[in-house]
Design a protein. Structure first.
Length: 370
């Protein structure tokens, strides 16, 4: 009888041991599968990041969209990206209620994150029970029970942070931090890219004499519309006798020439065509979706109208002794056209047209295809 019981106990112990081993192996396989799934997700996320960077939307919209991608793909409850704008910390993207933003944009002052910022390392904090709270939370104790803080650096310069939060204790214990570090680095790349775009956006000005936007407008906001079409026609034209008018008549007369030409052309353009002061005597027009032959015909008509303008000298015109008074000036323009293909370098296209106009004969007044 005792021998039989002993055999049964041994058999049960063997079964129990086998189940423990099986469960451990299963847990490892599930963990491996989970990590693999996270890596696959990360590859997909990186592709979405690249697609977002290339979209023709504003810099701030890109950051917000990237944050939405992170929340959706990694099933994160809360995600917030904070960047120092030169004077204060600013929330660039967050799905946390705005009433909590004052706390979230001042985490660099919290003791729990100071070491993380100084050493450029990720900080993971959590609680053990539902009645405990994270040290940085002030009024929303129940909102988050786990958080991962990622300081962001560009060229060894601290620029802000990314923080993800979850409502459960130990929520991020099994998260593959290696993958999240890759995601963090890609957030930094995106911030670097959109910062460049922000700089271009901020360079856009209204030109005093023409009333037009400066050329930077083509490379920022206008491009959102331009790239709706697979091809567009780019036109650059130069007032070839503007320098002569400035020197032989007067500067104010030259400014009046710019104003009159700008108004004439602007009044004849569709809202989806972009007309800007390029530089000096040069102006650019992008005919979004326009074919080059149709644009050439349109510009022939515009050229004819421009060169019929008779502009009287302004009050700063001084007639020198023995000089014959000039009753009016007539502007002359030289035009270059080419095709722009969506997704290529628009600034390269305008640069090619500018080079042609600058090297053309000073007396050339024509419509040229490049």
């Amino acid at each position: 009888m005792k021998i039989t019981l002993l055999i049964i106990v041994i058999i049960l112990l063997g079964i129990a041991t086998a189940l423990v081993v099986y469960n451990m192996n299963l847990k490892k396989k599930l963990q491996t599968l989970n990590n693999t799934n996270q890596k696959v997700t990360s590859l997909s996320v990186l592709q979405d990041f690249m697609n977002t960077i290339s979209e023709q939307i504003t810099a701030n919209e890109k950051i917000k969209k990237i944050n939405e991608i992170l929340i959706d793909r990694y099933k994160i409850k809360y995600s917030t990206i904070v960047v120092y704008n030169g004077s204060e910390y600013e929330i660039k993207a967050s799905n946390v209620e705005e009433k909590h933003w004052d706390t979230l944009k001042n985490l660099q002052s919290e003791k729990v994150f100071v070491d993380s910022i100084q050493t450029a390392t990720t900080k993971y904090i959590t609680v053990n029970g539902e009645n405990e709270k994270l040290p940085y939370l002030k009024m929303e104790y129940a909102r988050a029970k786990s958080a991962m803080f990622f300081p962001l650096y560009i060229d060894n310069i601290y620029i802000g942070y990314w923080i993800i939060e979850g409502p459960k204790p130990h929520e991020f214990d099994d998260v593959d931090t290696t993958i999240l570090e890759v995601v963090k680095n890609n957030i930094i790349s995106v911030l670097r890219t959109v910062e460049t775009q922000s700089i271009i956006n901020n360079l856009v000005r209204d030109d005093t004499y023409s009333g037009l936007k400066t050329v930077e407008y083509l490379y920022s906001e206008a491009r959102t519309v331009i790239d709706k079409y697979p091809t567009s026609t780019v036109c650059l034209f130069k007032i070839i006798n503007l320098q002569q008018i400035n020197e032989k008549v007067s500067r104010k007369t030259g400014n009046e020439v710019i104003a009159k030409i700008s108004k004439l052309i602007k009044d004849n353009l569709s809202n989806e065509y972009f007309f800007v002061r390029y530089m000096g005597a040069k102006f650019a027009i992008v005919f979004s979706g326009g074919d080059i032959d149709g644009v050439a015909q349109f510009m022939k008509d515009i050229k004819r109208k421009v060169e019929r303008l008779k502009i009287e000298p302004r009050e700063d015109y001084k007639i020198y002794v023995d000089a014959k008074a000039i009753p009016y000036v007539i502007p002359k323009i030289n035009i270059a056209l080419t095709t722009y293909y969506k997704g290529t370098a628009l600034e390269g296209v305008t640069g090619k047209l500018e080079e042609y106009l600058e090297t053309a004969d000073r007396t050339e007044s024509d419509i040229n295809y490049l």
